[in-house]
Ligand binder design. Structure first.
Ligand code: AMP
Length: 404
């Protein structure tokens, strides 16, 4: 491991705990300089521990310090902390910021985690059964490993709590809305980062009508007016809206009834199909959930999967533009939005009716502005950074309760 002895001071650790992985990052205060990013994968099995110092380009694989694989999130986090202590001895973690997928109707802002907050978040697990339990496992593991330092929850749903009732509801009996069955929207930390970047990079345009397309393995699109979320393609769960790597996106609920009543599939089986076997993977006949593989494939199923993906992104641009009665800025972000010139080009093609004119060369080169000077809609490619948003929230809340 390289010598990081010049790094010293207080820092924020961010944690994004998934089912068998923990993504983490460290930001040195007070400037919030990101000093490292890493990921522990395969927790509970053959796990790997990789780290990249931001001062370098290459990634390092860390050997498990005790030649022992972690069995769970707690053991993985404990190993991570021990490694941090030895690799960055003069860096003191003063708070941990956690990505939490669901904050329900109540949590519209980052929150310091107390026993009471933890109880309320546990009650929300039914709303995001595939994500929330792992997020909470990460929090518990961090509480055990770090003792008393503040733990802060940053919610993916919080950014969308500004929606009006009609942008929030489903046309089912209202009693369900009162029980929390509504359109929450997700990827809020990414949207917040992009909204803030826009304000810095394009202050005039950022106040207008903006669509942000977060196209990653999970994907959604959000309409912003004056930097505030007014509608999003994801709704009650992270299944809704755009097709994703393995998730179905928009679907007629009648299909689910058919699966239950005529195919005899159980709720768990349907859940597996919709979350894990659908989207790009399902449409490509099981070939891949990865856009790079589909782009490189000559199979007709791969082409059709991409065709459907592009169709849905275009359709949602039209729908969100109609809701805002216009469009000034369109931003692409996420792994696909930031890296696939082909997807951006296909989405932006034949959109002159909305005022979009692509600059093919800028798009191919991956420049920030991908529209031509003549385009009425400013089209951009901006890399997102959810960890930075989490670190900032964690620092702000920690300053309120501690002397830092
Ligand atoms: P994310 O979830 O934001 O990390 O995005 C992950 C997805 O981005 C992967 O599943 C890939 O499909 C996609 N991706 C990453 N790089 C490229 C690329 N160069 N071209 C097309 N898709 C890409």
């Amino acid at each position: 491991m390289n010598n990081q002895e010049n790094l010293r001071g207080q820092a924020i650790l961010t944690i994004n705990a998934g089912s068998s992985s923990i993504k983490f990052s460290v930001f040195l205060l007070p400037q919030s300089n990101q000093i490292l990013v890493g990921q522990i994968d395969g927790i509970g099995g053959e796990s790997t521990f990789k780290v990249r110092w931001c001062s370098e380009n290459s990634e390092h694989t860390i050997n498990w310090p005790h030649a022992k694989q972690p069995h769970n999130h707690r053991e993985a986090l404990s190993e991570l902390i021990q490694w941090l202590h030895s690799a960055a001895q003069d860096v003191e973690i003063i708070a941990v910021g956690h990505r939490v997928v669901h904050g329900g109707q109540k949590y519209s802002a980052p929150t310091i985690i107390t026993d009471e907050v933890m109880k309320e978040l546990e009650a929300l697990m039914a709303l995001a059964p595939l994500h929330e339990p792992h997020n909470l496992a990460g929090i518990r593991a961090a509480q055990e490993s770090f003792g008393d330092i503040p733990q802060i929850a940053c919610f993916d749903t919080a950014f969308h709590r500004t929606h009006s009732f009609v942008d929030d509801c489903y046309a089912i009996p209202r009693s369900f809305y009162d029980k929390g069955v509504c359109r929450y929207g997700f990827h809020g930390l990414s949207y917040q980062y992009i909204a803030e970047r826009l304000m810095t990079m394009f202050p005039k345009e950022s106040g207008g009508k903006v669509i942000v397309a977060h196209l990653g393995n999970g994907a959604s699109m959000t309409a912003l007016k004056g930097g505030i979320s007014i509608a999003s393609t994801m709704g009650f769960s992270s299944l809704d809206g755009l097709p994703m790597g393995t998730r179905c996106g928009d679907i007629d609920p009648g299909v689910l009834l058919y699966m239950m009543q005529h195919e005899g599939l159980s709720a768990n089986e349907i859940s597996d199909i919709l979350y894990k076997e659908s989207g790009l993977k399902g449409l490509s006949g099981g070939l891949s959930n990865d856009m790079r593989t589909l782009e490189a494939s000559a199979l007709p199923e791969a082409k059709e999967a991409i065709d459907y993906y592009v169709r849905e992104v275009k359709r949602e641009i039209g729908a969100l533009t109609a809701l805002m009665a216009g469009l000034d800025v369109l931003v692409f972000t996420g792994g696909i939005g930031s890296n696939s010139a082909m997807i951006r080009a296909r989405v932006l093609k034949d959109m002159s009716w909305i005022g979009i004119d692509i600059d093919e060369e800028h798009n191919l080169k991956g420049e920030t502005i991908v529209s031509s000077p003549a385009s009425k809609v400013l089209c951009l490619k901006i890399n997102t950074d959810e960890e930075r948003v989490i670190a900032r929230h964690a620092f702000e809340l920690t300053k309120q309760i501690c002397d830092v």
